[in-house]
Write a protein that binds this ligand. Structure first.
Ligand SMILES: [Zn+2]
Length: 339
């Protein structure tokens, strides 16, 4: 089968590799789409992958073969590649390693057998069924949707609250939809890339700001009558966005840090202390976030079309170019690789 193999810093090569066989308790999934995650781009950019590894954790597909003892699935079932409840006794969430951070121990999904490949093997319990009426394109973004779901559910967003989302990448655009579903009043998005700004507009943001053209902090303070938004989600992780989040949020408001920033940032603590801001971090997602995401997709509360155009879907042969482009996104919103 074809797979995009990580070779060296910023280099992927599509190669013919052996098709994996499912072991006991595993299933073989024929990959329909695998999304390129911001974290994949970071790994690629900063060389945080073992050579020979295959990345890709945001995927959907069809079960092709069942390993020994697998009874809950049938060949032909449509699945997303995560979100199932771990079997009793296996550690889940962040509890596995008490001092875990991506910086010291690497990102969790740096597995050697990812889904930028025609087939992938996974534990049968980990897959989730795709409900009828949820398209493959929508199912392919369940993982980023679960990350946004986790962040919105951890936030203290209340009915009618004003929300600012800094960063209109896939996570920010999904957070926009979920914040709305959670009852947010006005939602503002700040994003430098034009295609992402257009997507935010299509998804009904009240105002979309270009941080390269104006001062987002003063604009948002003005938009909110001199008060500032109630909740700010930092979905960008750019050098200034955490600082801007703390500066713009209302007194006693909440900042939720969702993005994984790999560079040192700038914070002025007096800004944080002086207005008694609450700071909350949100990392990744839990099975329940995936399950709720699929359910909201089934109910039509999350849309994929503004994030995924025909040009967003690239054949596996185009993966190197797609990664290069995503290092400084301009026209890209969400890229799905079709193996
Ligand atoms: Zn991801």
């Amino acid at each position: 089968m074809k797979a995009a193999v990580y070779k060296a810093k910023q280099r992927l090569e599509v190669e013919e590799v052996a098709t994996p066989t499912p072991g006991p308790g595993e299933v073989l999934v024929r990959v329909k789409y695998c999304g390129i995650c911001g974290s994949d781009v970071h790994r690629f950019m900063h060389d945080m992958v073992r050579p020979g590894a295959v990345l890709g954790h945001e995927f959907c597909g069809v079960i092709e073969e069942l390993g020994e003892g697998v009874e809950d699935w049938a060949v032909g079932d449509r699945v997303v590649g995560g979100g199932g409840n771990p079997p009793p006794g296996s550690a889940g969430g962040l509890s596995a390693e008490p001092r875990y951070t991506p910086r010291t121990l690497g990102l969790r999904a740096s597995s050697a057998r990812g889904a930028f490949a025609a087939y992938v093997v996974m534990p049968a319990w980990r897959a989730l069924p795709i409900p009828d009426g949820v398209s493959d394109e929508l199912a392919a973004i369940v993982e980023p949707c679960a990350v946004a779901m986790h962040a919105v559910r951890l936030s203290r967003l209340r009915l009618g609250d004003t929300v600012a989302i800094l960063g209109g990448g896939p996570i920010g655009l999904l957070a926009l939809q979920l914040a709305r579903a959670a009852g947010a009043g006005r939602v503002f998005v700040s994003e430098p890339a034009p295609a992402r700004r257009r997507a935010a507009e299509e998804l009904g943001a009240n105002r979309v700001l270009d941080p390269t053209a104006l001062d987002v902090v003063s604009e948002l303070v003005e938009e909110t009558g001199g008060i500032g938004p109630d909740v700010v989600f930092d979905c960008a992780g750019a050098r200034r966005t955490l600082h801007d989040s703390l500066e713009v949020v209302r007194r006693e408001g909440q900042v939720v840090l969702v993005s994984l920033a790999w560079e040192e940032g700038y914070i002025l603590p007096v800004e944080w202390v002086g207005r008694e801001i609450e700071m909350k971090a949100s990392y990744g997602s839990l099975p329940r976030d995936w399950q709720l995401s699929l359910d909201m997709m089934r109910r039509g509360l999350v849309r994929s079309e503004p994030l995924i155009s025909a040009e967003s879907i690239v054949p596996i042969e185009g993966i190197q170019e797609a990664f290069m482009g995503l290092m400084s996104p301009d026209e890209q919103v969400q890229i799905l690789v079709r193996p």
